[in-house]
Design a protein around this ligand. Structure first.
Ligand code: PMP
Length: 394
């Protein structure tokens, strides 16, 4: 065997020894709570399809119609010939949707949230910028910050006193605070009103990744800015469309000048093939649902399931976290025990992922339960019972 392969195999064996090998499972049906995996029907608490739209018949029909109208692929990047009427309509709708929160709003659609974050930070920050990054930020923000070549300073989770000291000490012309709105592994919310006040005081951008808030938070599902009733020219907003919106992609919304700058300069936007137009076409139907009475009803259902789960689950050694969102972690601690619990759950028909370092800090391996409007109260009651039972057994 080649030396190069042998070295990789040794590293993989090391990962195995720490119970850190990640594995994929093959799903065979749409991503609903009753998904079929490797031939078995499971009760799933792992998708980010918070409103249960991923298998919505109207969105599936719109995707099919989009393929008929525009074909299978976009054929090129946006700045060459890949920018279809569907992409343009989607961006207009998204800009209108977030307009109550953002002055002179314009939106830019991306294939994924990961790319949107790389693009946003790369275009707005540069080697002349001080970028203040929350310690629990998503990997795509961390990578975007690195790629931007900005001077990155990480502030501890929720520590706005520390952030305020760092901002006051900064002499950079460009300053930028970057944060998740809903922390993806803990489920808690950033204190955006205070963060925005600090940014306005120090003339800094506030860049918000609302991957887990768009469609879910706020009375009309406009996301975390609506939830906190915030509006400011300093805001740059990223929302994903593969989670609550049920399809794929993401968008950045900000003042039109910010977006035009991104079109001119953001490499992950410029140098990649545009997403299939049919996807953008389907997202127009997603937005109709999110904005309308059905979206409101789905949000009400989701919030009632979140309350049920957090109020009824009683644990003694494992710990829940102070989360009022659809992300409900159960912290177990050791990697191998978290794996064992996830495996036992799976044996009994519940699919709940175990999340381990480096995604979460060492010693805080956890089950990441995610709830969806497509779950029923009975589904949640079954999971609560099973978790309580397993805690006693293990
Ligand atoms: N930001 C956060 C906070 C996320 O949780 C995710 C996805 N897990 C992303 C960005 C990336 O979004 P996408 O999956 O669309 O690439």
């Amino acid at each position: 065997m080649s030396k190069l392969i042998a070295e990789l195999d040794a590293q993989l064996a090391h990962i195995d020894a720490q119970s850190l090998r990640r594995r994929r499972r093959v799903t065979e049906t749409p991503s609903t709570p009753r998904v079929q995996v490797d031939g078995r029907a499971m009760l799933a608490f792992c998708s980010n399809d918070y409103l249960g739209l991923a298998a919505h018949p109207k969105i599936i029909a719109a995707l099919q119609q989009g393929a008929e109208l525009y074909g299978a692929g976009s054929g090129a990047s946006h700045l060459i010939s890949g920018h279809s009427r569907a992409h343009a309509q989607l961006e207009e709708r998204l800009a209108q949707f977030v307009a109550p929160q953002i002055d002179n709003a314009r939106a830019l659609y991306f294939c994924t949230g990961y790319m949107a974050n790389l693009a946003m930070l790369g275009a707005l920050a540069g080697s002349d910028a001080d970028l203040f990054s929350e310690s629990l930020n998503h990997a795509s923000l961390i990578d975007g910050a690195r790629l931007s070549r900005a001077n990155v300073q990480v502030y501890p989770h929720g520590d706005l006193e520390k952030l305020s000291v760092l901002l006051a000490a900064s002499t950079a012309v460009k300053k930028m605070v970057v944060t998740d709105s809903v922390f993806s592994m803990d489920g808690d919310l950033a204190d955006l009103p205070r963060l925005l006040a600090l940014c306005e005081q120090h003339d800094a951008w506030l860049v918000v990744d609302d991957a887990h808030g768009f469609g879910v938070l706020g009375a009309d599902g406009r996301g975390v800015l609506e939830h906190f009733n915030l509006r400011s020219p300093n805001l740059v907003y990223m929302g994903t469309l593969g989670k609550a919106a049920g399809v794929a992609g993401a968008f950045v919304a900000a003042h039109a000048s910010v977006i035009e700058w991104m079109v001119q300069r953001a490499r992950p936007y410029i140098y990649t093939t545009a997403a299939p137009p049919a996807v953008a076409h389907a997202l127009l139907t997603s937005l109709d649902i999110i904005e309308g009475p059905e979206g409101a009803a789905r949000r009400t259902q989701l919030h009632s399931l979140i309350a049920q789960f957090s109020q009824t689950l009683q644990l003694t050694t494992w710990q829940t976290m102070a989360s009022a969102t659809a992300i409900q972690p159960v912290v177990i601690g050791a990697n191998d025990v978290a794996m064992q619990v996830a495996a036992k759950l799976y044996e009994r028909g519940f699919w709940v992922p175990a999340i381990r370092p480096p995604t979460v800090p060492v010693g805080t391996a956890r089950l990441r339960v995610t709830l969806s409007a497509a779950h029923t109260a009975d589904d949640v009651a079954q999971l609560v019972d099973m978790l309580q039972q397993l805690e006693k057994e293990i």
